[in-house]
Design a protein around this ligand. Structure first.
Ligand SMILES: Cc1ncc(COP(=O)(O)O)c(C=O)c1O
Length: 479
């Protein structure tokens, strides 16, 4: 963490603990320089960060003051998707997002990519280089179909933090979480079957349903506590649902973590209706608070939860290292893994296993979760300052994605077209629905450095939305 971030963090902590109260004048820049042994510019930068998050304000010639507790923008409303199974659409839109190469010159504010420049990732680069240099044939051979034993041991060890005790033999390494989800769905469903999903839902899973001829039944979801169990129960009574697919921890795109009691109730509900649960935990290790939240799998006593995850959001999406713990569906899922890609690439598995084994993973998580939490606050401050009144925003407790719901009259697919001149792209909400709902919503990423360029881009998005809203209001008043 940079020095100014440490100073800002400490001041934020004191404000949150009531050491400085609303309206209080904060210590002068000089006093903080003395206290922390840092330069004037470091303290000024720390104060600038706190201003960005609307926690303090500077008053000319008077200093810095604590603002009333940030009245955060309202949260998005609980969702109300169509109450029937649907064929999934939106592939063209999804391709526009995922078909763009990593070095595209547009600023991709909507993609789900972590901070790849984090200094705590350097040992991973060294491990990869070392493995390539080793020059023996081991990395060129197939590893076991289930994946490297070293890596499965490390995944099993990490899983204890989320309340799961599973031996390495219960884990299959996959080519990213996307493959884990795909083989889970293909192992459980056949064309025409129905899968219940939280809504909005990760577009990758929806597209797996589409590709395999399955239907999505989108279930109303609360932006703070997740899928509605009442609505899910009604759906289970009414439709022949073959699986429930949810992302209950640090959800993408809404950012919530389902409370533990509700997680337990969800597993019990699935038991009552004898349905499998496909749990996507890809962002779970990025929870801002320790210990990290427990998974649904932690409450699964009869093997019906298929836990899917990867290192794509914590370390590197390019390594394509994921896994699945398929519980009682192991045989079917192993067959699907074989026909999907056979064994996954060997060298990335060895590098990640060594990275975790030497303690680099936990160190890296400690740093990036602090960074992402700070970035979330900064981004919320920017949105408050630059986005139209009436914008509702999620409040993620983990990960690095924000979900915004715009006032009526905004279409975020059009927003992307308008932003193309400025070389900026966001992820429109319609990607996250089987039917293209949520066009009034968008997803933003705050993982990497919030540089002046990113600030300018976020401001451009806000100003473009304000202009679109004004045009819409003018049209309304004419009609
Ligand atoms: C919720 C969720 N699940 C799965 C995936 C796919 O992950 P991977 O890149 O490891 O295949 C993503 C990637 O964006 C995601 O956000």
């Amino acid at each position: 963490m940079k020095r100014y971030e440490q100073v800002a963090d400490e001041l934020r902590r004191r404000i949150e603990q009531g050491v400085y109260r609303v309206g209080d004048r904060l210590p002068s820049v000089r006093a903080l320089c003395r206290e922390f042994g840092v330069s004037i510019s470091t303290v000024q930068e720390a104060y600038r960060r706190l201003e960005d998050t609307a926690l303090v304000e500077s008053r000319p010639r008077s200093g810095f003051f604590v603002l009333p507790r940030q009245t955060l923008a309202q949260l998005p409303a609980p969702t109300r998707p169509a109450q029937r199974p649907l064929d999934v659409s939106q592939w063209d839109q999804v391709l526009e997002l995922v078909g763009v190469p990593g070095d595209d010159d547009r600023l991709m504010l909507g993609r789900g990519i972590p901070d790849l420049e984090a200094p705590t990732l350097k040992p991973l680069q060294r491990l990869l280089t070392g493995l390539h240099r080793r020059g023996d044939v081991y990395g060129h051979n197939y590893d076991r179909l289930a994946g490297s034993l070293e890596l499965r041991r490390q995944v099993a060890r990490l899983a204890t933090a989320s309340g799961c005790l599973m031996p390495p033999d219960d884990i299959l390494i996959t080519t990213g979480c996307q493959e884990a989800l795909a083989i889970a769905i293909r192992g459980l469903g056949k064309p025409g079957d129905v899968v219940a999903v939280d809504s909005p839902s990760f577009y990758g899973t929806l597209q797996i349903l589409k590709a395999n001829g399955l239907k999505a039944l989108e279930i109303p979801t609360d932006p703070q506590t997740g899928i509605s169990l009442e609505a899910l129960e009604l759906a289970l009574e009414q439709w022949p649902i073959c699986a429930i697919q949810v992302t209950p921890t640090c959800n993408n795109p809404l950012g919530y973590t389902m409370p533990e009691a509700k997680k337990r109730d969800l597993v019990r509900l699935a038991q009552r209706f004898d349905v499998a649960i496909i749990e996507d935990d890809i962002y779970g290790d990025l929870a801002y608070r320790l210990p990290r939240p427990r998974t649904l799998k932690a409450f699964d006593d009869d093997g019906r939860v298929l836990l899917c995850s990867s290192f794509s959001k914590t370390l590197s999406p390019g390594l394509r290292v994921g896994w699945i713990a398929p519980g009682r569906y192991r045989d079917r899922v192993t067959h699907m893994k074989y026909v999907s890609t056979g064994a996954s690439a060997t060298l990335p598995q060895l590098a990640v296993a060594a990275f975790v084994e030497r303690g680099h993973y936990e160190r890296h998580l400690r740093e990036v979760t602090r960074q992402y939490q700070n970035h979330r606050n900064t981004m919320l401050g920017w949105i408050k300052r630059w986005f139209p009144a009436g914008t509702a925003v999620s409040y993620p407790e983990g990960g690095f994605l924000l979900w915004l719901e715009m006032p009526a009259g905004i279409d975020c697919v059009d927003l992307n077209t308008r932003l193309s001149g400025a070389r900026i792209r966001i992820a429109p909400g319609s990607l996250f629905s089987a039917s293209g709902k949520y066009r009034d919503c968008l997803r933003l990423n705050y993982a990497a450095g919030l540089t002046p360029e990113v600030a300018r881009a976020v401001r451009t998005v806000g100003e473009t939305l304000t202009a679109m809203l004004a045009e819409d209001r003018a049209l309304q008043s004419m009609s």
